[in-house]
Design a protein around this ligand. Sequence first.
Ligand SMILES: [Zn+2]
Length: 339
Amino acid sequence: MAITVKFFANFREVTGKGQERVEETKNVASLLDELVSRFGERLAEQLYSPGTRKLRGEVNIFVNGKGIGLLQKLNTPLKDGDVVAIFPPVAGGKLTPDELKRYSRQIIIPGLGKRGQLKLKRAHVFVAGLGGLGSPSSIYLVVAGVGHLKIIDEQQVDLTNLNRQVLHWENDVGRSKAESAVKKLLGMNPNVKVDSKLKRITPENINKLIKGADVVVDGMDNYPMRYLLNEACVHNHIPFVHGAVEGFVGQMMTILPGEGPCLKCAIPQEPPKKPVFPVLGATPGVVGCLQATEAIKLITGVGEPLVGRMLIFDGRNMTFNEFRVEQNPSCPVCGKLIR
Ligand SMILES: [Zn+2]
């Protein structure tokens, strides 16, 4: 006897497989036990409410195309040839008891509330790059409950990354950053969906990659890529949270296409390149956290976004300054969007 189990979305990430064959099992409950024994506690975290063997309300299991809720739930018997599909907790229409508790300290923030939390749950954020900026920004987006995070990086973890790229640890050296990041992020919050891609962002794939995103976060380390993201975000009317660092200094600005200047208005020429730029890990830590804050504000509608203002953080003197940026009517990227 053999049963085919198909995994979708996060379950694919956790198991590293699209499907699995299980011989001889009585029912759905015993099948899940078998899968947890094969794939470990991370699968259990995705399937069950914390500390229990009670299926999370948001997990959907289908046997031969029928939801087990309509069959005999976990006692649904299984026989040779059955196909079981397991879908992850997806961003749904309400907050679960676990989520209400998990996010309780931020739900009580005036202006955020359950409505804001639900907006976060339904949100889709694209984080471009999983280095010094992408590490803290994706961590804080995930723990805040952003329902769908898409992360991308083409590189492998190198020892020289570890002074600042806090998603990647000693034993990740040599592993892909995308793989290393998704493990840590889902370990922090299994309620969210994290799609990771080991890929280079190019002019050809950028529009497809950011499609459907509510916010794009700049975690790049070079201006050609930032300009590419800026242009694609302006073109697709997606808010873009720019960030950059060097040494003790960081900068950030939020681009709301059609509502203010873009990155090209603020920095028309690419600054001189350095083969290796110096950076203290805490600097992108500060800027990445600020970027996550901006993304969360944009999604929930709380506060004033950093539009038309370039914020400069100087850790050496411990100062925050900002300068106004005007939209350039002849900007090659956003000039046509001037209202
Ligand atoms: Zn512009």
